[in-house]
Write a protein that binds this ligand. Structure first.
Ligand code: SF4
Length: 218
């Protein structure tokens, strides 16, 4: 299957059509990145201002969706993936459970499919999602429940991200600073991306703890 994760395939950025004020890029964002109170506790996890400058660019049409809120509601328990990542969930090799062990797999897949249906209805061309989430993560997610004394992590994608990628929608996260800079350079003439910026899988912590790759390829 082709890799549609933008940080692992930078050619996807060059492949996007030129953005115009009259016909902006249609970008799907995690609801919490737009400041919506769709986190498990009704907050936006402090994500609301993270992409403020990017969201204000005239070449961006902002679309927002929360796959967990869609099926599980807010507030809700914490869904995390056990036994693999979102791709493994879709293939029936891993499950989503909350902190009490309740199986949320079906609800998470339903929320992911609803997110994909929304993306298709709005003709989204790209998705920028919140990393570390069992739904929206695209680089690093929890390995099992995160509400434990020693949280474990894994390289992988959440259930919604896996669903979007499988449908061919490119995805990156709010922590993929290198790719976000390259995107912004296409949206804002004269903008100079930071040459030192890194995507999340290139971050020293990820390289040291999870053995990520330092280059663009996965
Ligand atoms: S499921 Fe996605 S949009 Fe919803 S709160 Fe979690 S990270 Fe944000």
């Amino acid at each position: 299957m082709p890799e549609f994760r933008v940080p692992h395939n930078p050619a996807l950025i060059a492949d996007l059509r030129p953005p115009h004020r009259e016909d902006p890029w249609r970008i799907l964002f995690s609801g919490c990145l737009l400041g919506r109170g769709c986190g498990i506790d009704g907050s936006d996890y402090g994500m609301g201002g993270v992409l403020a400058e990017f969201l204000a660019l005239p070449g961006v049409r902002v679309l927002g969706f929360c796959p967990e809120d869609h099926t599980l509601g807010t507030p809700r328990n914490m869904p995390d993936i056990h036994g693999g990542d979102g791709r493994a969930v879709l293939e029936g090799r891993a499950r989503v459970r909350d902190e009490h062990g309740n199986d949320l797999t079906r609800a998470m897949i339903d929320g992911a499919e609803a997110m994909l249906a929304y993306a298709r209805a709005e003709k989204a061309e790209l998705a920028i999602l919140t990393d570390m989430s069992g739904a929206c993560g695209s680089q690093v997610i929890s390995d099992g429940c995160r509400l434990v004394e020693e949280r474990r992590y894994q390289l992988g994608v959440g259930v919604a991200t896996a669903t979007l990628l499988r449908a061919g929608l490119p995805v990156l996260s709010q922590r993929d600073h290198r790719s976000l800079g390259l995107l912004r350079a296409r949206l804002e003439p004269g903008y100079q991306p930071d040459p030192e910026a890194r995507d999340h899988h290139q971050h020293p912590w990820v390289l040291a703890h999870l053995g990520g790759t330092s280059g663009a390829e996965s």
